[in-house]
Every structure is written in C-alpha cells, then in structure tokens.
Design a protein around this ligand. Structure first.
Ligand code: CTP
Ligand code: ZN
Length: 153
C-alpha cells in the first residue's frame, strides 16, 4: 500500500503536528498521556496502517499543536521509534525521530513499591540504560523499570 493510500485514510492538516510510526498497540496510550482525549482542536488518528518500517503503525495528527520537550519525552518513552512531523501551511517543515535524554525526570513511576519516589514527595529520576528496549535505572533505589511496566504519571 502506498503512502498516498495512507493519506486518504487520515487527511492532511494545515498547521500542527503529525506523530507517525507509533506501534498500533501504543496508539491509545500516546493519545492518553498527551491529554489528546481532552484537547479542544481537531485530533485525527489511524490505527493498524501499513508501514514498511514497523509492519503496522498508528498515526496521530493534531491541529494547532506543537509539542514541548517534556511532551516529546513522553512520546519517546511510549513509542521510541515515533517520528514527529511539524506541518505549517500544509507543508512538512520538520521531521525528526523522537529522542530520549540520558536522564529521565518524572514521566513514569519506579517499579519498586518501596522506592522513596512511591512513598514520599520525591520526583522520579532515572538513567536511561537502553535506548531501544527502553529500560530505566532508578537513581534512588537502583531498581530497573522496563517498558512493559511503565506506569505514566
Ligand atoms: N502530512 C499531513 N499533513 C500535511 C502534510 C503531511 O498530515 N499537510 C503527513 C503525511 O500524511 C505523512 C507525514 O505527514 O504521514 C509526512 O509527510 P511527507 O513527508 O509528505 O510523507 P512521506 O514522504 O510519505 O513520509 P514518510 O515516507 O516519512 O512516511
Ligand atoms: Zn526507585
């Protein structure tokens, strides 16, 4: 299936952001953690679309929204291979893979129920151990939180 066919599935936007190459099973998670289920401008999405890169993909298009760094980090934790495309006047003006910094502050909970961050008012701090199979090493309790255990704040 060509990209043109995909464009028919989810139509072009005038100004805003396209989040492409989201694994289909992470599509609704990304919508939720970005608060797009409560957004007041048009949000369109497609699920289980064909992709040469990742088999099946999800895509989200958000009118009138340009994501901040902390939002991009959320996307990167949920969908590390996602592409962020900025659209202005119907033109693609920027296209980049989402990126994760070496240190992650907040965003997800530490997997260890006894961790200080789960018991006191202390913000989560992790070192990123693996950029592809995302694994987070807790700065406080040293436990590893794997992506299948991510609980977004
Ligand atoms: N797009 C959009 N609105 C526009 C322009 C582009 O929603 N006004 C979307 C396209 O549907 C596509 C993405 O932005 O999903 C990237 O657009 P483009 O670079 O034109 O497409 P391709 O070169 O086919 O992208 P790729 O091969 O990287 O998927
Ligand atoms: Zn911890």
């Amino acid at each position: 299936m060509s990209e043109k066919r995909k464009e028919l599935v989810v139509s072009a936007i005038e100004n805003g952001t396209v989040i492409d190459h989201i694994p289909s099973d992470k599509l609704f998670l990304v919508i939720k953690i970005l608060g797009l289920d409560n957004f007041n401008k048009p949000v369109t999405f497609g699920s289980n679309l064909e992709s040469k890169k990742i088999g099946q993909k999800g895509i989200i298009k958000v009118q009138g929204k340009f994501f901040q760094d902390h939002e991009i980090r959320k996307i990167a934790l949920a969908a590390p291979k996602a592409t962020l495309i900025t659209i202005k006047n119907y033109e693609v003006v920027d296209k980049r893979r989402v990126e994760l910094p070496d240190h992650i502050i907040g965003i997800v909970k530490c997997v260890n129920p006894k961790c200080i961050t789960n018991n006191q008012n202390v913000t989560q701090r992790f070192n990123l151990l693996d950029k592809d199979d995302v694994k987070l090493h807790c700065h406080y309790c040293e436990k590893i939180t794997k992506k299948e255990n991510f609980e977004f704040l």
